[in-house]
Design a protein around this ligand. Structure first.
Ligand SMILES: [Zn+2]
Length: 477
């Protein structure tokens, strides 16, 4: 038995080294006769692409047979090629049992880049290191490190719903020290959280600007959208706390928040935030003032503040979509332990639907998209039972539902997040010299956005994955 096991290990090692050298030989190849869809320039049919050294080496007419005759070819007649997709809001640190499966789940669903929007350095720093060393089997990961929060911090390890995703900062000096520490750890951006004081927030954006790092986050409850954006907030997640600034009684609401933030009852961060949201969110939505909303939109446009609304997170809760049989079938993609964990948690969720907040989000995106504001598709996976990769396609559908054209939705999932990191000259487009992170589809996503789900093949950092390989990656144990 033992001998047999050793034999098996050796066989696996031999097979592994075979596929590695094979992929090196196939580093250069031609993707032949495809309709390519560049998210900026639109679609062009009958094109072939030379993939070389992990990049798009050359794009040429498919009928030009003289070129690259000797190279291996993948015939993509009738197929559609788009850049690999981004999920601009994920949390590797949220579920320990799921973490090691997240890379495979992202790739298998065509997601080749992600932004990790909060987790402790010990975890997300390791994820970043691993993915940098395994570029053909992992998405590109851009990470913020922990949420930079005030006191009491929300994600403080007090329960499974509030794992330790943040650092608590008690005064502005701590912010300076902690942020310098994150910058030394080479984070790609910073994420500001809701319990920061105005003074703390301003000292955070000042340091970020000195180091040319973008700051995204939630509008701190102590502030309003105008002061946060003027102080240098570059991105907003979940449109968080926008409604409190657009309300006709916004000043009164802010005064009430500053009172509640004194936290006389010594609540935990999670409970204090919940209390404030419960007191203000729905009343603020009901008191929305058209002129104030316009001012908000104009400022977001002027300062080009990136919006990652994570519509799917709220839609799922509002409609209880995770009770649908189609959703439950999707759980089979998860490792067994996580599937069981989620199934038992889902059974406890009541089935009441309340769409008030989710409808407000959809309507707000609908209005904001008429301004020149950059949007990104993100989900918050695996929070809210969102399956890594799968949920991004649902987000794309919701973008289209709010009025984005299919091409604009693709921009939000490709070139826009690349430009958040000022990488739009190397990532997120189908152009010569760009990185070969590509998704090949059986049907045209410009006809129906759901066609992004019909994967035929994937290229990650030049490595070609067939449909069979992608399917095998979903069959996790
Ligand atoms: Zn999040």
């Amino acid at each position: 038995m033992r001998l047999y096991f050793h034999f098996l290990v050796i066989l696996v090692l031999i097979l592994q080294s075979c596929t590695e050298s094979e992929s090196k030989i196939q580093d250069t190849y031609v993707l032949s006769n495809v309709t390519l869809i560049d998210p900026v320039d639109g679609s062009e049919s009958n094109k072939s692409l030379l993939i070389k050294d992990g990049k798009i080496g050359q794009i040429f007419e498919a009928n030009d047979k003289r070129i690259f005759e000797g190279y291996s070819r993948y015939d993509l007649t009738g197929k559609f090629l788009i850049p690999g997709l981004w999920d601009a809001h994920v949390h590797y640190a949220f579920n320990d049992s799921l973490r090691s499966s997240m890379n495979r789940l992202f790739l298998a669903h065509g997601i080749t880049s992600v932004r990790d929007t909060g987790g402790p350095m010990e975890i997300v720093g390791e994820v970043k290191k691993y993915t940098k060393e395994h570029t053909t089997t992992s998405p590109n990961v851009f990470f913020a490190g922990p949420l930079i929060d005030g006191t009491p911090n929300v994600y403080n390890d007090s329960s499974p719903s509030y794992p330790l995703l943040s650092i608590e900062n008690k005064d502005p000096e701590e912010i300076v020290q902690n942020t310098a520490g994150l910058i030394a750890s080479e984070v790609d951006f910073l994420k500001a959280y809701e319990m920061l004081t105005e003074e703390q927030f301003k000292s955070l954006t000042k340091i970020a600007q000195e180091h040319k790092l973008k700051v995204t986050g939630h509008i701190p409850l102590s502030m309003n959208l105008f002061s946060a954006v003027e102080a240098g907030l570059n991105g907003m997640e979940h449109l968080r706390n926008l409604e409190m600034t657009a309300a006709s009684n916004a000043e009164g609401l802010q005064r009430q928040r500053l009172g509640l933030l004194k936290n006389k009852d010594d609540l935990s961060g999670g409970f204090l935030r919940l209390l404030i949201h419960q007191k203000q969110r729905i009343p603020a939505i009901k008191a929305e003032d058209a002129e104030r909303f316009k001012k908000v939109a104009k400022l977001l446009e002027e300062k080009q503040v990136f919006q990652t609304p994570t519509l799917v997170l709220y839609r799922n809760y509002a409609t209880k979509a995770f009770k649908d049989s189609s959703f439950l079938k999707e759980l089979n993609k998860l490792p067994e332990f996580v599937r069981n964990e989620w199934t038992s948690q889902l059974a406890l969720i009541d089935t009441t639907t309340d769409k008030t907040y989710s409808n407000w989000m959809l309507n707000t995106v609908k209005k904001l998209r008429t301004y020149d504001i950059p949007f990104m598709t993100g989900t918050d996976t695996p929070i809210g039972f969102l399956i890594p990769g799968r949920s991004l396609h649902r987000e794309l559908e919701l973008f289209v539902m709010t009025g984005f054209s299919n091409l604009e939705a693709l921009q939000a999932a490709t070139v826009n997040p690349a430009s958040f990191f000022e990488l739009d000259d190397e990532l997120g487009r189908v152009k010569e010299g760009y990185r070969a992170d590509l998704l090949i589809l059986d049907a045209n996503p410009l006809d129906d956005i759901k066609n992004t789900q019909k994967s035929y093949a994937l290229v990650k950092d030049g490595r070609f994955y067939s449909k069979e390989e992608l399917h095998a990656m979903l069959n996790l144990k």
